[in-house]
Ligand binder design. Structure first.
Ligand SMILES: Cc1cc2nc3c(=O)[nH]c(=O)nc-3n(C[C@H](O)[C@H](O)[C@H](O)COP(=O)(O)O)c2cc1C
Length: 174
């Protein structure tokens, strides 16, 4: 079976994910964010996570230049940041919307949770690199229990409580 990019994306789009922005930048690298949903936990002891980054992404060199990064798990109200951080080269972050981690990268304010990490090992993953990282610090504000997550399903941003795909005008295959 020949698998086109579109078929792959449409099919994998049935797997609902959260949305994160990986932020990097310290020293000579300006603060930037890249939207990702290829993210998951790897290990409890030691605590490790992974995310996948496309090797040809404009933000690739900047993210890979930084040994530290933060995974910012977005709320429904942060869709604009997610959209801004899909631009070529990674999205610029606005002053006032982040603080700086003691490890260097920006930490976005108002997220469901933020995870400060140090790169452990990179592995090839087709046209992506799989970045496995050690978790250094976690921040999960108790007030976030009242926030809804930003989700991605059927190639659309959505959240809990949204209307069904038909009502959103998304084509549902027979
Ligand atoms: C919902 C969503 C999820 C994404 N997830 C990833 C991801 O997990 N890994 C990745 O490398 N790019 C992902 N991207 C694309 C990046 O944000 C990408 O770097 C950005 O679109 C800039 O593209 P360019 O630098 O290749 O031109 C995602 C984009 C969207 C809209």
């Amino acid at each position: 079976m020949t698998i086109s990019n579109k078929h792959f994306r449409t099919t994998l789009g049935k797997f609902t994910t959260g949305e994160c922005v990986v932020t990097a930048g310290s020293g000579t690298v300006s603060p930037l964010g890249t939207t990702i949903n290829a993210f998951c936990s790897v290990s409890l002891e030691p605590p490790q996570i992974l995310f996948c980054l496309r090797r040809l992404a404009g933000s690739y060199a900047s993210v890979m230049a930084s040994p530290y990064f933060v995974v910012n798990i977005l709320t429904k109200d942060q869709q604009e940041i997610a959209e801004r951080c899909t631009v070529h080269g990674g999205g610029g972050l606005r002053e006032g919307e982040y603080t700086i981690s003691k490890y260097g990268p920006p930490i976005l304010k108002g997220c469901l949770a933020t995870i400060e990490c140090k790169v452990y090992k990179n592995y090839p993953g087709g046209d992506h690199t799989i970045i496995v990282a050690q978790v250094l610090d976690l921040n999960c504000d108790p007030s976030s229990v009242t926030q809804n997550p930003l989700l991605f399903f059927n190639s659309q941003y959505c959240s809990f409580g949204d209307k069904k795909p038909e009502a959103l005008g998304i084509e549902v295959a027979a």
